[in-house]
Design a protein around this ligand. Sequence first.
Ligand SMILES: *[C@@H]1O[C@H](CO)[C@@H](O)[C@H](O)[C@H]1NC(C)=O
Ligand SMILES: *[C@@H]1O[C@H](CO)[C@@H](O)[C@H](O)[C@H]1NC(C)=O
Length: 318
Amino acid sequence: MRNNLLLILIIPTTILGARYNSHLVRGWSNSDCIRPWQQAIMSKPTLRVPSRAIGCHPDEHDCPAGRNAVCQYSLRSQKYVCCEDKKDADIPTCPKYYETLLLPCGGSSNSQCPRGYRCLGSLGDESIKLCCKLNRTLDYKEPEHTFRENRIVPRLLPIAPEHELIATFNEEQISMGQLFDASVIDKIADPPIMTAGVELQDEKLYTIILVDSTSKDVTWFVANIAAFDGQLEIHKRTKSAVAYQSPASTDSPVGMHIMILALFEQNETWSQKDLTRVSMDDFNFGEWLEQNTHIIQSKPLAATFYGYSTRRDDRKTI
Ligand SMILES: *[C@@H]1O[C@H](CO)[C@@H](O)[C@H](O)[C@H]1NC(C)=O
Ligand SMILES: *[C@@H]1O[C@H](CO)[C@@H](O)[C@H](O)[C@H]1NC(C)=O
């Protein structure tokens, strides 16, 4: 099977190479790895030999353990090399109800996909084409699927939440991915009331963070929240580390802002010192989680996402 796949991959790409034009394929020439989300596994440099792509043999599974390591032919190096997923790679998947074969395809024919597979645009990014096989019985786990479909996970939030966070703004319960355009921006002027899709534990503490992933700002941050009767105890008097900032139509950049609202379970109490270390602008979820693993668990207990736009939504509805 492995050899068949490699043949399918290599022959058409060398023959059709000149006709290709997608950004995927353009990347191939300056990387050893065919899959754009992968990179070559490099050897350790030594006194005699600098670091270089580790070679392999397609029949011998002799690549070092890595993130989905594969042995594949590099057109650039003209030999087999070991490739692995880049760290935090945004690995594409096929649309819903299609099984994914992580084999890039594209161009004018479907002939590069094995029998039974079609070449389709990936979930959330039409420009990345993959070989996909219809399977109506596939199971999708929510809310993870919706976070991935909207390209929130893993690009903006590294790990999908366990539950959907139910947020109610101004008495309206929002749904994941809802957009508030400039004409209704005042609906989200005040912080939401929230319930997690799970009973909270009264002896634990929780963190709420709201991030504008477009401007990379933390726009609300409440730490050390107690639970009471399984619900979050937030009220007007709860002190926040960052007070809720109402979105405004004058916010920059112009256009759509993607907001991620997440609830984390704490293992430790945030100290004042920990809180001042949180960088509130140029915020990166992955880095923040990595820096604070001693306090919060990296997988959000519950989260949701929504958008607001500084412009009116004048897209035509069908
Ligand atoms: C569809 O997916 C399910 C679940 O992964 C699997 O058990 C089943 O064999 C698949 N069906 C086909 C036709 O591949
Ligand atoms: C935090 O607590 C959870 C269980 O409540 C545990 O699985 C995890 O290992 C803890 N993490 C740290 C860093 O102590």
